[in-house]
Each structure stands twice: as C-alpha cells, then as structure tokens.
Design a protein around this ligand. Structure first.
Ligand SMILES: [Ca+2]
Length: 328
C-alpha cells in the first residue's frame, strides 16, 4: 500500500512537472506560429500570454510576438457616450445598396451600437430603402493583430455585421485595392441559411502581367480568398471575440482565440483602414453580374431597426513604422 502510494505520488509529481514544462511561455515568431498553430495549440496559447502587458493595457486573446505594440490610438473600449472622432469617422461616403448615416452610430453602456433602419431615400437618382452605421479608423495599418468583441444583430437573413480592413486609393506595385474581412457574420443564405456560418474573406484588385485589372474575391478565387466556418454558437445571442493577424507572409483568423482560417498573404500589403459596419444582405440585395443591386420588392420594416454591438476594438502592430503618415 505504501509502495503504491509512493508510486502514485511520484506519478503526480512527474505529471505536474510535465504540465509546468508545457506551460512555460515561449516566444514564437509569428509566421512560424501561424504555420504550426493547431486549434488546440491556439487555445492553449490563448490562455497564456508570453509576457503580461503593462498595467492598464489589455491582453490579446491570441499569443503575439513579444515585441508587438499595443496601439491605443486605434483601440477603443467604447466607454464614453460620444464617438471619439480623433480615432473614428462615421460620416463615411456611401456606396452600394444602402447608405451610411452617422445617426445610426451611438455609444452607451460601454458599447458601440451600429444600427440599420428601414428608411427609403434617394441617392444618386436611385431609391434605396435602408440606412446603417459605420465607423472607420483614421489610422491605417498594413500588418498587425486586430481584435473586437462583437454581438451580432437580430435580423437574419438581411443584415451582416462586419469587422474588416480596406485600402482607399493607394496603389503599390501591381495592387490597386486590398481588403481583409476579419469577420462577416450572418450573411450565409440559401440552402446554408444558418446564423452560425461566418466568413473570413479576402478581396483585392491587381494588375496582371498584361496590365489588365483583375478582381480577386471569394467567388472567383475561393482557394486564396474564401474561408467559411460554422461556429458552435449563434452570434446573435452573445458577445464573441473575432480577430485576425495580418503579417507579410500569412493572414490568420481567430474566433474566441481559436484559429479558424489561414491563408498565404499573396496581395494584401497596402495600408488599410479598420472598419466596423452593419451591411445590407440578401434578400434585400441581389447579385447581378459582379454588382449588388437593391431588391425594392423585399424592402420592409419588419425586424428593423436592428443593431450590432461592439464591446471593444484593440490593435497591436509589429515594431517599426506602424502606419503610413496619412490620417483621412
Ligand atoms: Ca466596452
């Protein structure tokens, strides 16, 4: 019995030593980490950060390289009652099948709320039926780790909460436009009309060898641009953390600290604005060729206004020039 107890104690000590060895923090270069990361490894990494952040600074949900820097100028806990216009722009020019209106952006209860309303109006001699809210960072980022805690809106299908990055105007090499969708919620329709499906897509416009502009996206180039994941939860029912790490070699997406997608970074090297927005989707828009058109006969009040909520946005970047000089 005593021998048994001794062996049991030794076993316990050994396994505890092993556990300690396993939890020793290690700095992993980000590209190596992206290559080697398994969901289980990511979940373990998410529970321990290599070095605790300085007091008062938030901790990323995903282990980052130790020298990455928290960017308070583009991070926001949304604690006040007024949007910080030093960081964010809400009067963004409209495009597409609905219009942005700063009236649909509000703060309160430690949250940013972006609302979509059924509000028929004219824009560019067209009748559109919905208005919505957007906030776009004044700063731009080429590489970094972008994290937000978001609760989806209640309408589905019809509206899609988005957290994304996009370039405006700038061109480098053969790249004319760069967009990284950190997450788009609730936009799956048709036979897979499920609220738990979420998208992590890439879009770009590049010039081919003949100088002809080519549009890259999840429909035309799914192998390099499309990522979809079925979450084990309904994003309308609660807050979840959505994030992406953009590095020169790879783009990796996470939900609640778990890696859900990874792509080689082929074309996404332009400075981009960080955006939170609530977009209109089918059945209120339909795809006609490569364009989205409004669907007036489906426009209705029912379900609207609908609101997505954001608890926080946090940004970390690699050392070095963290952003290009422009603030737009
Ligand atoms: Ca908050």
């Amino acid at each position: 019995m005593i021998l048994r107890l001794l062996l049991w104690t030794l076993g316990l000590l050994a396994s505890s030593a092993l556990a300690q060895t396993e939890t020793l923090p290690r700095a992993v270069p980000v590209d190596a980490q992206a290559e080697r990361t398994s969901p289980a490894r990511t979940a373990r990494a998410a529970r321990r950060s290599p070095t605790p952040p300085p007091a008062g600074q938030p901790r990323p949900l995903v282990a980052l390289p130790e020298n990455w820097i928290f960017q308070s100028a583009a991070s926001d806990e949304f604690s006040g009652t007024v949007l910080d216009e030093e960081k964010w722009q809400s009067d963004v020019p409209s495009w597409g099948t609905w219009s942005w209106d700063p009236a649909n952006v509000s703060l309160g209860g430690e949250r940013l709320a972006l609302r979509m309303v059924h509000e028929p109006h004219q824009r560019a001699r067209r009748t559109l039926h919905y208005k919505s809210g957007v906030v776009r960072s004044r700063d731009r980022f080429t590489y970094g780790y972008f994290e937000a805690r978001i609760k989806g809106c209640q309408v589905h299908p019809g509206a899609s909460p988005g957290f994304w990055l996009y370039s405006i105007g700038e061109e480098r090499g053969n790249v004319r436009y760069s967009e990284v969708d950190i997450v788009e919620l609730l936009q799956a329709t048709g036979v897979v009309n499920r609220p738990s499906l979420m998208d992590f897509n890439l879009h770009a416009r590049i010039l081919d060898r003949e100088g002809k502009e080519v549009i890259l996206g999840p429909t035309t180039d799914p192998e390099i641009c499309a990522n979809r994941w079925r979450a084990p939860f309904d994003p309308r029912r609660g807050y979840h953390v959505y994030s992406a790490m953009v590095t020169p070699k790879r783009i990796v997406w996470f939900v609640n600290g778990r890696q859900v997608a990874s792509q080689e970074n082929l074309h996404w090297h332009l400075p981009m604005h960080l955006v939170l927005s609530l977009a209109l989707r089918a059945p209120h828009v339909r795809q006609v060729g490569d364009k989205r058109e409004p669907v007036p006969e489906k426009a209705r009040d029912r379900g609207f206004p609908t609101t997505m909520e954001v608890d926080y946005v946090r940004v970390w970047t690699p050392p070095g020039p963290r952003r290009t000089a422009t603030r737009q």
